[in-house]
Design a binder for this molecule. Structure first.
Ligand code: PMP
Length: 425
């Protein structure tokens, strides 16, 4: 850690600084559902490198594809036939993906979707939701943990979140921010401001603060409002894409957005994202009204990784198993929390699980998630880490296609040990 602090700003990643985990975390390699630190300790990995490793670490087909295509030379930016093949494959799989363009990561693809929305509607602002995260570029950094004025009541102004520090003051003025899952508030906001709103962006399942599914009718309601007011509906599927199903959460919930963003899992850890959407919106890029550049986009090894990932997921269809294991993990976590007397809130859907601690009632909304006890969560995550189980700092667990029941049982045993130890303190 001392060595890193000397050369890497902050030493460790923001994830660990933010949650103050007392670990110097450096890993040397990973395989399947396990990773190994530089001292040779093994961990069951439920972080999957912040999500991308839907096939686990070092999947042989992904590695082989990357190797094979790397050895054919590195071709970038729309010149490799495989980019076309990948696009055709995604077009076949995802109903809203009439056309697409690839970028390197989720943040860039979100940015492109905003440009498209602005260009086609001629409007300039966006509506986004509390607790949702859409990347770390200046104009989307605002508001991950920031309650909207509606949530706080009329007297208080929203506090800028840690993500917004260092942003130009104008950045936050690009957005209207509302609590999620409240269609009446969206209706009221659009009635007054639709003339300036180019797009509504939402995670179809809120995964960045707890893991909360949309209320019945909420996404459909957004769809109808966007149609009524000439507003782009953008689904940010950076987490849910390929994870809830190969066709994304949009197919799971049966809602067709105008544009959506796929990243993380699509490349199994290689840097590739996609902005996909209806032709009428994506035409803004075809017509060159919206620039889409990027020297490093669609290098053939990353496209090869994505092709291999899609092909394994299509062939093996691991989703029923991932949903089953997710249910087993959630049920086990709830049972242990009860047994050990902890008010641990367990939420999620399928292979996305969230754990948080609260002194209050069961939580279901983001406003309640704000009240979660970060110190307790830190103890929990650190305790698990010491016991060989890695979970994302904010309490998020991901399952891959290669996690097994044995991994779940191992983790649950650890959870019980850690929660009992927390009772002793
Ligand atoms: N959107 C969502 C929903 C995300 O979770 C993230 C990353 N955690 C992003 C966008 C940004 O993606 P990236 O980190 O690949 O730029």
């Amino acid at each position: 850690l001392a060595r890193a602090k000397n050369v890497l700003a902050g030493g460790v990643s923001s994830e660990f600084r933010k949650y103050n985990h007392p670990h110097a975390l450096f890993y040397s390699h990973g395989s399947g559902s396990r990773i190994y630190d530089v001292d040779g300790n093994e961990y069951r990995d439920f972080t999957l490198s912040q999500g991308p490793l839907i096939l686990g670490h070092s999947h042989p087909e992904v590695l082989k594809a990357v190797h094979d295509y790397s050895s054919k030379g590195q071709l970038f930016a729309g010149q490799h036939i495989m980019e076309l093949e990948l696009a055709e494959k995604l077009q076949e799989l995802i109903p809203s993906a009439e056309m697409m363009r690839f970028c390197l990561d989720g943040s860039e693809a979100v940015q492109t979707a905003f440009r498209v929305a602005r260009s086609k509607t001629g409007k300039s602002k966006f509506l986004r939701f509390e607790g949702h995260y859409h990347g770390w570029l200046d104009n989307v950094c605002f508001g991950i943990s920031t309650p909207s004025p509606e949530a706080l009541g009329p007297r208080k102004a929203p506090t800028p979140s840690p993500w917004s520090q260092g942003l130009p003051p104008d950045a936050i003025n690009e957005f209207h921010l509302l609590p999620w899952n409240d269609l009446d508030l969206v209706k009221a906001k659009l009635a007054e401001s639709h003339h300036e709103i180019a797009a509504i962006i939402t995670e179809p399942i809120m995964c960045n603060n707890g893991c909360i599914v949309p209320k019945e009718g909420f996404l459909q309601g957004l769809r109808e409002l966007c149609d009524e007011y000439n507003i782009a509906l953008i689904f940010d599927e950076v987490i849910t894409g390929f994870r809830i199903g190969l066709k994304g959460a949009q197919t799971y919930f049966g809602i067709t957005p105008d544009m959506s963003i796929f990243a993380k899992a699509i490349g199994s850890g290689y840097p590739i994202s996609a902005i996909v959407g209806k032709k009428e919106w994506m035409e803004e890029i075809s017509s060159a009204r919206v620039i889409h550049a990027g020297t490093m986009n669609t290098a053939n090894p990353t496209v090869a990784a994505a092709m291999a990932t899609v092909s394994v997921l299509e062939r093996e269809d691991p989703y029923a198993k991932m949903f089953e294991l997710g249910d087993q993990l959630r049920a086990g976590l709830k049972e242990i929390a009860k047994k050990t007397g902890h008010n641990m809130i367990v939420s999620g859907i399928g292979p996305i699980i969230h754990t948080g601690f609260s002194d209050g009632e069961a939580l279901s909304e983001f406003r309640d998630v704000l009240k979660l006890d970060k110190a307790k969560l830190g103890q929990f995550i650190s305790g698990l880490h010491d016991d060989g189980v890695r979970v994302i700092g904010r309490g998020l667990w991901y399952l891959s296609a290669v996690h097994t029941e044995e991994d779940i049982l191992f983790a649950l045993k650890s959870v019980e040990k850690v929660l009992m130890k927390m009772n002793e303190k």
